[in-house]
Write a protein that binds this ligand. Structure first.
Ligand code: ISJ
Length: 118
């Protein structure tokens, strides 16, 4: 249910429920903003890694490094009571995008700045 659907709930919404919902959604919005900023910083680093690899003829993907990251992240997720399978899927999704960037940097079709706001 989105905001407008909540607003048009039959019979109106209890003001206390509305206040609690707004408080929680404010936090969700802050967390989403933090996630975007953290991802932007991560991509700035990985673009630099991509340029370094291209300059030194290193392969775009490093499966051994990825395996270590996944094992570490699954452990962190368990401690944080987050589903480790979800954490792994999320990391794999991000890494796949990074490898795509690295391949484009190696092909010389990208400077490494795309998506970083540089
Ligand atoms: C960033 C790197 O390149 C790739 C992307 C990774 C990542 O996004 O964490 C990890 C390993 C590599 O497959 C790297 O080698 O460190």
């Amino acid at each position: 249910m989105n905001d407008s659907e909540t607003d048009s709930a039959p019979g109106g919404i209890d003001p206390a429920v509305r206040a609690e919902l707004t408080r929680l959604r404010d936090s969700i919005d802050n967390i989403d903003a933090a996630v975007v900023h953290m991802l932007a910083e991560r991509f700035k680093c990985t673009q630099q890694v991509g340029r370094l690899k291209a300059e030194h003829d290193l392969p775009p993907a490093d499966p051994a490094r990825e395996a270590r990251q996944i094992a570490r992240l699954r452990g962190l997720a368990e401690s944080a009571k987050l589903d480790p399978a979800f954490a792994e899927k999320l990391l794999n999704f991000i890494i796949a995008e990074v490898i795509r960037h690295h391949e484009r940097i190696a092909e010389g079709t990208q400077t490494g700045d795309e998506g970083t706001g540089e």
